[in-house]
Design a protein around this ligand. Structure first.
Ligand SMILES: Cc1cc2nc3c(=O)[nH]c(=O)nc-3n(C[C@H](O)[C@H](O)[C@H](O)COP(=O)(O)OP(=O)(O)OC[C@H]3O[C@@H](n4cnc5c(N)ncnc54)[C@H](O)[C@@H]3O)c2cc1C
Length: 413
């Protein structure tokens, strides 16, 4: 069949791109080897961020690095064999984590974050998915004064962008979340972010609405993408699809497709794990809670309380090594009455990340008719819908809602 656009990858990013293109009247086929929202976009912590102006940066203090190296920081884990291969990427990540560069990051990222909640809201209303969303921000807990101090240092920037970050007492935090135990020293409530009770459910609802708009969701292997004249063709279970334009939104798998086409970009992965727990004795949470020094987030989800871990540097396809889950679970049990594990196996996913921590949204260098929406690192669930809007505006030649230049793949040329 012939169509206007093929979108490869039905995570939150590809689904949102497909949705925006279909809304503009294009015929779109969304291709994935699985169902929509079953990979990284399923397993995240469910935060629709608004306030994360500072990224998860490479540690700049020697003591912090030593903690990671010695396995003393439960937020981080690594496999030696992956580190060797990652040296150039890590060096670029370290350089991008210099204080001045972090301010550049914040300036660019704010341009997308400013849209994150409204764009989700628009899609959620259209797709009948608003029941997954809740307000109330997210609560960050600190076990030490030093940790709280680092957080306080982020307030001036946040306030300069009109964001609400407020230090609260332990008692105030317990009033907000009565099931927490006072094992922490201080807390900060960031009120602007929203969160969801099922990131996979949200993505599936957006995909279902895309189909209602006339879009087609098909199973197929993106690896079958090939040039066909000036356009593209890909094989799906229902036969081949041809289109003048293709969007690559394959998240952590994007480079498997792009490298053979000569599109070489420094995309790596930061793996992470989750586990669901039954809450004991009617305990509940009403928002995501970060235990900063504990190195995990707990979020109320439809499947129970979801504990998500920090970053693991490992080969994307290396076997699971959920040591962070083993380290953080006892800490989380001390904070909140977690009952039995609800699953036999921890879930593992991979955050697709560029070393400067910004996504790539725009044309693929040297490949006419190919567009990229990849590398959304820790914020992909947040940024899916605004990415869809921005890319659709670029593809249709409209005035973009924000300057796409910082997200160009050309920055790595
Ligand atoms: C532990 C953890 C916690 C996180 N918490 C948050 C959070 O709270 N808030 C937030 O905003 N972000 C969070 N993130 C990040 C976020 O989940 C990701 O950035 C986002 O899901 C990436 O979306 P995506 O659409 O790019 O990728 P994916 O959701 O992975 O989608 C890529 C799709 O490509 C498909 N695919 C791959 N290869 C092929 C192929 N050959 N053929 C066909 N299809 C293929 C896959 O099946 C998949 O459906 C977290 C991530 C992790 C791991």
């Amino acid at each position: 069949m012939k169509t206007d656009t093929i979108v490869l990858g039905a995570g939150i990013v590809g689904t949102s791109v497909a949705h925006h293109l279909a809304q503009r009247g294009r015929a779109v086929v969304l291709v994935d080897r699985r169902g929509p929202g079953e990979e990284t976009s399923y397993g995240n912590a469910g935060l629709v961020e608004r306030a994360s102006l500072y990224p998860v940066a490479f540690p700049r203090k020697l003591s912090a690095l030593v903690d990671v190296a010695l396995g003393r920081n439960p937020a981080a884990n690594y496999h030696w064999d992956a580190l060797v291969r990652l040296v150039p990427w890590m060096f670029a990540y370290w350089r991008a984590s210099a204080p001045a560069r972090l301010l550049d990051y914040a300036r660019h990222m704010e341009k997308l974050l400013a849209f994150s909640i409204d764009e989700h809201d628009r899609l959620a209303r259209a797709a009948g998915a608003t029941h997954f969303f809740r307000e109330g921000g997210w609560l960050k807990l600190y076990r030490t004064e030093a940790g709280l101090d680092v957080e306080r240092s982020e307030f001036p920037l946040a306030h300069s962008y009109g964001l609400s970050a407020r230090e609260i007492s332990v008692d105030e935090a317990l009033a907000m979340e009565p099931s927490l135990r006072p094992v922490f020293h201080g807390a900060v409530i960031w009120s602007d972010p929203h969160s969801v009770s099922s990131p996979g459910g949200v993505t599936q609802a957006y995909a279902a609405h895309f189909a209602e708009l006339g879009g087609q969701v098909r199973k197929g292997d993106a690896g079958s993408l090939a040039r066909l004249g000036a356009g593209w063709t890909v094989m799906t279970e229902e036969g081949s699809v041809e289109a003048p334009e293709v969007v690559v939104a394959l998240g952590p798998w994007a480079m498997d497709l792009l490298r053979p086409f000569g599109v070489n970009l420094p995309l790596q992965v930061k793996r992470g794990y989750h586990m669901h727990y039954h809450a004991e004795g009617g305990a509940s949470l009403s928002r995501p809670v970060l235990d900063e020094e504990g190195g995990y987030v707990i979020t109320p989800m439809v499947g129970g309380i979801r504990l998500t871990t920090g970053v693991e540097f490992a080969r994307r396809d290396a076997p699971k090594s959920p040591v962070q889950l083993e380290k953080t679970e006892p800490l989380a049990r001390g904070l909140f009455p977690l009952g039995a594990r609800a699953e036999a196996e921890p879930w593992m996913g991979s955050r697709p990340a560029f070393p400067d921590m910004l996504p790539v949204i725009g044309p693929a260098p040297g490949q006419r008719g190919m567009w990229l929406a990849i590398g959304h690192q820790h914020l992909g669930f947040t940024l899916g819908p605004i990415t869809g809007r921005l890319l659709a505006e670029m593809m249709d030649g409209e005035t973009p809602c924000t300057d796409p230049a910082p997200f160009s793949a050309e920055r790595f040329a």
